[in-house]
Ligand binder design. Structure first.
Ligand code: PMP
Length: 289
């Protein structure tokens, strides 16, 4: 199971079977911590500075003092070098650290820092080729004055509940609305649609994570001459879309062929195909030795 996993825990590379955290770590006890998922290609982490920036912003929201960017970068390259994979997936985690059993974060002295290199495949090649099915879940993204979904925290229960609904419905993915009934994102992906040759996606203020892949796709669309707009989308916009696809570090780009039983007009559509090809090319270009 951990054949390809390489772990760096609080300053040291440790064998995967021995990589562990204290049961008194508040990351474990309360989900008090943050994380990033990053891909590496050709043994180079893709857009690592952007991920570390987002990690640092999540840390600011939690008032969590992180080690420097250099420490994370060194840890990332230590696990990549130790890995037998050229292309893989990294998980960067910062926890509140070890403290007494009560929730008070002030009892935790030092944050725990963990970096894991492994592989991750979210959908099969066949699913990616023909597109996946999704439902709009009854589980909603919380509004920003409760727990801002832009914080990439270790508590993923909202996404997990949504994914359980998708599993129960027998489809591959769930789409979460915000408290106003407008589209936020997938369980671990941002969402895009096209309508009249325009590429549309909800703004982060709608309850979407400011995805690195989302940002890359918006950049690529501009380069390809595809008009883009951050806007408010409703379930109707999804059902009546010309195309729909998800983006994420784990997911990369995944086309959607059906939402709540409504068949999406084109899947995989032309915008998806152009952007997926441009994304693959960009990744190779940016990570080439
Ligand atoms: N939304 C959520 C809730 C996520 O967990 C992720 C994965 N990090 C994304 C969107 C996609 O973001 P990114 O492209 O940075 O991976």
């Amino acid at each position: 199971m951990f054949e390809h996993a390489r772990c760096w825990v609080n300053g040291k590379l440790v064998p995967a079977e021995q990589a562990s955290v204290s049961v008194f770590d508040h990351g474990f006890l309360y989900g008090d911590g943050i994380f990033e998922g990053v891909r590496f290609y050709n043994k180079r982490a893709f857009r690592l500075p952007l991920h570390l920036k987002r990690l640092q912003r999540s840390a600011a929201a939690l008032q969590l003092k992180l080690p420097s960017e250099e420490v994370f970068t060194q840890a990332v390259y230590a696990v990549i070098e130790a890995s037998d994979l050229n292309d893989g997936y990294l998980r960067i985690i910062a926890t509140r650290g070890v403290g007494v059993l009560g929730i008070n974060p002030a009892t935790c002295k030092d944050p725990g820092v963990i970096v894991i290199a492994d592989q991750l495949q979210m959908v099969s090649d066949e699913e990616r080729a023909k597109g996946i099915r999704a439902i709009i879940t009854s589980t909603r993204r919380s509004q920003p004055d409760r727990l801002d979904p832009r914080i990439k925290s270790l508590n993923y229960l909202t996404s997990i509940f949504a994914r359980m609904e998708a599993n129960f419905a027998g489809v591959e993915e769930g789409i979460l609305l915000n408290d106003r009934g407008c589209v936020a994102e997938g369980t671990a992906e941002n969402i895009f649609i096209t309508r009249d040759d325009e590429l549309l996606t909800p703004a982060p203020t709608e309850g979407a994570l400011a995805g690195i892949t989302r940002g890359t796709v918006l950049e690529l669309a501009a380069e390809l001459g595809i008009q883009t707009r951050e806007t408010v989308l409703t379930p109707y916009d999804l059902y009546s879309a010309d195309e729909c696809f998800f983006t994420g570090t784990g997911a990369r780009l995944i086309p959607v062929r059906e939402i709540d039983g409504r068949v999406i007009q084109t899947c995989p559509g032309p915008a998806y195909q152009h952007l997926a090809a441009a994304f693959a090319e960009l990744v190779q270009r940016e990570t080439a030795a």
